[in-house]
Design a protein around this ligand. Structure first.
Ligand SMILES: [Zn+2]
Length: 327
């Protein structure tokens, strides 16, 4: 068990978001780790913890609820009792009905998480989608704090999905919005979804590492290693990187044409490359637009805590309004 207590100045609530009268817990169920934060009334992180996410198989949803419940109790025991808890999960989420419709990786279908989590914790709960919650956190507390206009959060991790924030609220469309990882933008690269040439198959952190290994015949643990090779001028790494950036630029140009976002926040593992990614992406996007509004493209600030912080923001809303919330 890895639990740490860390004061944070970066996660202070801003704007006119509702402020609860006490702490709340946010839990983010990731593909590998489940992360939880306890935040105070201003959104400052008081404590956090993480544990491995239960593997797929029979009863996985119940095991996830049990883990989220234990983390909520554990963090809640570190200070005044939490007023509410938020839970966010990957896959397709129907936040209105409080259910997880589908997760390919964790293997669940139609799980009433909001009810199960409320029963487990005995608290008012919020329930939502990990990427939309991360986008909410980046727009309130992180890279797009203070931006009142449309914001897109685009985490580039194992997969790619976008959170679309309109007037400060994530736009969900019943859980179907933002699935831009599975639109054909390039090449004939096969994708896990059954299509070919998807953005995710070329530009996710996992895809960059996989494509480099295949093209070079050399090992590369992850996108970070490929980024280092790009910086060192490795021609195979440079080519793989360029294809990823071109595909991302195409996606951002489409987003600019359809949504005209003020800011696009790039997150996930690939964003740790910093300017090595953002500089060419900015150039390609500028080249790809004419009269359109050119978005500010910036790097996420909240790292792998974004989802849990977003879950805590949802919980704070539930604690304040007394109504279940979700994104
Ligand atoms: Zn796909």
């Amino acid at each position: 068990m890895s639990t740490s207590e860390r004061a944070s100045t970066s996660a202070t609530a801003t704007g006119s978001a509702p402020v609860p009268a006490g702490p709340v817990v946010g839990v983010d169920v990731g593909g590998t780790f489940t992360k939880a934060v306890l935040t105070d009334a201003t959104g400052t992180v008081l404590a956090e913890a993480h544990r491995p996410t239960p593997g797929p198989g029979p009863g996985v949803a119940e095991r996830v609820v049990e883990l989220a419940g234990r983390l909520t109790e554990e963090l809640g025991a570190r200070g005044p009792a939490p007023l509410a808890a938020g839970l966010v999960v990957p896959g397709t989420v129907d936040e209105r009905h409080g259910t997880a419709v589908h997760s390919e990786n964790l293997g669940w279908r139609d799980v009433p998480f909001a009810d199960l989590f409320a029963r487990r914790t005995g608290l008012p709960v919020a329930f939502g989608h990990d990427v939309r919650a991360g986008g909410l956190a980046e727009s309130r507390l992180g890279a797009a704090a203070g931006v009142r206009d449309t914001v897109v959060f685009l985490p580039l991790g194992t997969g790619i999905a976008a959170a679309l924030l309109l007037d400060g609220r994530p736009y969900a469309a019943g859980g179907a919005a933002g699935e831009i990882g599975h639109v054909r933008v390039a090449s004939d690269e096969p994708c896990v979804c059954g299509l070919t040439g998807c953005l995710e198959a070329v530009a996710s952190a996992a895809a960059v590492a996989r494509r480099y290994r295949r093209a070079s015949g050399r090992p590369a643990d992850g996108a970070k290693e490929v980024a280092a090779l790009v910086a060192a001028g490795d021609p195979v790494a440079v080519a793989v990187w360029r294809e990823a950036v071109d595909a991302l630029a195409a996606a951002v140009c489409w987003l600019a044409a359809v949504l005209a976002p003020h800011t696009v926040v790039i997150g996930g593992g690939l964003s740790s490359a910093g300017d090595l990614l953002l500089d060419p992406l900015n150039r390609r996007v500028t080249d790809g637009l004419t009269f359109h509004r050119r978005p500010v493209i910036t790097r996420a600030l909240l790292g792998d805590r974004a989802g849990a912080l977003g879950a805590a923001l949802l919980a704070a809303e539930t604690a304040t309004t007394g109504r279940p919330t979700g994104v």
